[in-house]
Design a protein around this ligand. Structure first.
Ligand code: ME8
Length: 634
């Protein structure tokens, strides 16, 4: 039986639409799975959805929906999108699936029996968006989540804890013995630093809501959503229910994840596995974050690009090629539609498209069938040598997830193929009957280089690769077909259309409208000009916050007592979703001093503070260094 290879993506939260970021990890994992299948591995590729937790529950409540029905509907969008993107996952795990629920309960029980789970009291901060507990030392004054910058909630609950601290040493040991356990190396070093400072026990259950997996020995608790989610990697391959399958695929060969969830995968997950006595995954690869046109992907910015729109406009192969070629896997990268178009025109239409079209056209003009090589000549060895070198390096790069380099290598060969045409001048050979044999060899060699290119591209450019093979009437799909002069001759070929039509940049309507739309919005909302006198009518002053407390029954409003030097006053500010009252005390802020007093929820507000707003983000204005309260601003 062939060797097994098990590859996973994170399981995605269902409360936001899949975007080009989640598609990125899935496309990478799919390309690796397809490459491994081509290499003859018995490959298992897993993706899925992470459906429990407070954020999903709240989203369902907000939509006034039954939470399970809501989850079913949202999960389906992922299943459908991956189908549309041609993702070749072997299973799709949902954390609400029965087998997963049972596996999590079994896993938790085992850890409990081992003495690694104990009851305690949690008091600290929680980010509902990231479903992450944070300690005081992790977070700043503003009490914002270090990952997503949203306001944290204070939590006080009786929780079960996992003795993570106990695994600091064993984990350090594992990291030292397996230097490639976490990649890239700089991500590994980040984890080593955390380990060296010692791990603390973590809370692993919640009691304040029930949308989760009940803990078998204490049903008022549900398993913490991250604990639940991580176990997907074993539940989906039969943990606790199908030993044969489980033993075949576990340990995973690689978990592909984004850098923000590295700590969960490289520290917590391995410790959980150690606790139940299972081997650790062979590798965790934490890749970087994509921005879109230089900006963080976010719904409020309108740049959470729907991968479907991109694929409809450019085709799946072009988008995949661009992502794997332009973004150095491992590092952060920017998704730029302009660069995507440049790659399509330069690499796909010009280099690859022309090589295939020129070669096939010349064959069809001069021969009835794909010719046999008849007469060697100048430059043949160079093409042969480069083809063989490219294949060898391709394996090395793909095995190490260096997609950019693998594609660069293939494109060197493609470009040399075009150069080989210029050097051997087949159009001149075609004019002279005595050179027919040489012409046959040149065109055969070119076909052979193209066929090798198509096989190497097949895990990524699936459609294009199949199209090339069809045009050339060749069989493939097996790594054994890679190599010089393995092209079958004497077969009918088909020229057909160019593989990639060029995009006329001037006429083209882009998919990502974000930047233009934003500009329009700025123009529309820009206010009329004012004179210095207009501005002088405002009395702006520095005020020091003496006390701050939430306005009863309001999520948003905070009542502030201010020191203005000559007097004290009270204002009410709508900053409660972003700031914790206690974090505001002592700050020197800017207020409009001569604003008419108003009542907000029955409380007088005598002035207004200034704040910067960026979508959902809000930051209050302060002064750069200490000044006396009451100082005037001009
Ligand atoms: O974290 N650039 O789910 P999630 C690159 N449910 N990759 C991105 C990205 C971006 N801008 N945005 C998202 C969760 N991703 C948990 C995981 S696993 C046991 C539980 C990708 O829906 C990247 O892989 O927030 C990132 O780690 C993942 O989506 C986060 O997906």
């Amino acid at each position: 039986m062939s060797k097994a290879f098990y590859v996973t993506t994170p399981i995605y939260y269902i409360n936001s639409d899949p975007h080009v970021g989640s598609a990125y990890t899935t496309i990478v994992a799919d390309s690796v799975a397809r490459y491994k299948r081509m290499m003859g591995y018995d490959t298992f590729f897993l993706t899925g959805t992470d459906e429990h937790g407070q954020h999903v529950l709240r989203a369902a409540q907000k939509a006034k929906r039954d939470v399970k029905e809501f989850a079913d509907e949202l999960a389906e969008r992922f299943v459908k999108l991956w189908k549309e993107l041609g993702i070749s996952n072997d299973a799709f795990v949902r954390t609400t699936d029965d087998y997963h629920v049972k596996a999590v309960q079994g896993f938790f029980q085992k850890m409990y029996d081992k003495g690694d789970i104990y009851l305690g009291k949690y008091e600290g901060w929680y980010c509902v968006n990231c479903e992450t507990f944070w300690t005081e030392k992790d977070i700043g004054e503003g009490k914002l989540c270090p990952t997503c910058l949203r306001p944290l909630e204070h939590v006080e609950e009786e929780n079960y804890f996992f003795r993570l601290s106990k695994y600091t040493e064993p984990l350090l040991d594992h990291f030292k013995k397996h230097p490639d356990f976490v990649e890239p190396a700089f991500r590994r070093n980040e984890m080593m630093k955390i380990l060296e400072s010692g791990l603390e026990d973590i809370s692993v259950s919640r009691t304040s809501f029930d949308w989760g997996i009940p803990i078998p020995f204490d049903l008022k608790h549900v398993v913490y959503v991250w604990f639940d989610a991580l176990i997907n990697y074993v539940s989906a391959i039969g943990y606790g229910r199908d030993d044969e399958m489980f033993n075949r695929y576990w340990p995973a060969d690689v978990h592909f994840i984004g850098k923000e969830i590295n700590r969960f995968h490289s520290l917590i997950w391995p410790a959980m596995l150690m606790s139940v006595g299972l081997p650790l995954p062979k590798k965790i690869f934490a890749h970087g974050w994509l921005t879109v046109n230089g900006e963080k992907i976010s719904k409020s910015k309108g740049n959470a690009v729907d991968p479907r729109a991109l694929i409809n406009a450019y085709g799946i192969d072009a988008v995949k090629y661009y992502l794997l070629r332009d973004i150095q896997f491992g590092n952060d990268g920017d998704f730029s539609e302009d660069n995507l178009i440049t790659r399509i025109n330069a690499d796909l239409a010009n280099d690859l498209g022309n090589l295939v079209h020129r070669t096939l056209s010349m064959i069809s003009q001069n021969f009835e069938f794909l010719p046999k090589p008849m007469e060697d000549g100048k430059y043949d060895d160079k093409l042969k040598g480069l083809t063989e070198k490219t294949i060898k390096e391709y394996f090395e790069y793909m095995d190490n997830f260096k997609f950019t380099q693998a594609l660069e290598g293939i494109w060197k060969l493609i470009r040399f193929g075009n150069k080989y045409i210029d050097l051997t001048e087949p159009w001149l050979l075609a004019r002279d009957v005595s050179k027919k044999n040489r012409l046959a060899t040149v065109l055969y060699n070119l076909s052979d280089a193209i066929r090798n290119v198509a096989i190497m591209l097949s895990p990524i450019l699936i459609k294009t690769s199949a199209e090339i093979m069809e045009k050339m009437n060749q069989d493939f799909n097996d790594v054994g077909n890679l190599g010089w002069h393995k092209t079958i001759s004497n077969v009918k070929i088909m020229v057909g259309d160019q593989l990639f039509p060029r995009i006329d940049v001037k006429k083209w309507k882009k998919v990502i409208k974000m930047t233009e739309e934003k500009k329009v919005e700025v123009q529309v909302t820009q206010k009329p000009q004012v004179t210095i006198e207009d501005f002088a009518r405002l009395d702006l002053r520095v005020a020091k916050i003496l006390s701050a407390e939430r306005v009863l029954k309001s999520e948003k409003l905070i009542k502030l007592e201010l020191d203005l030097g000559s007097e004290k006053r009270q204002i009410v500010a709508g900053i409660g979703k972003v700031y914790m009252p206690e974090s505001l005390i002592g700050k020197e802020i800017i207020i409009i001093f001569n604003l008419k007093a108003v009542k907000l929820m029955g409380i007088e507000s005598n002035g207004m503070l200034l704040a910067a707003k960026d979508g959902e983000k809000l930051r209050i204005l302060t002064v750069d260094g200490q000044v006396e309260p009451g100082a005037k601003i001009s």
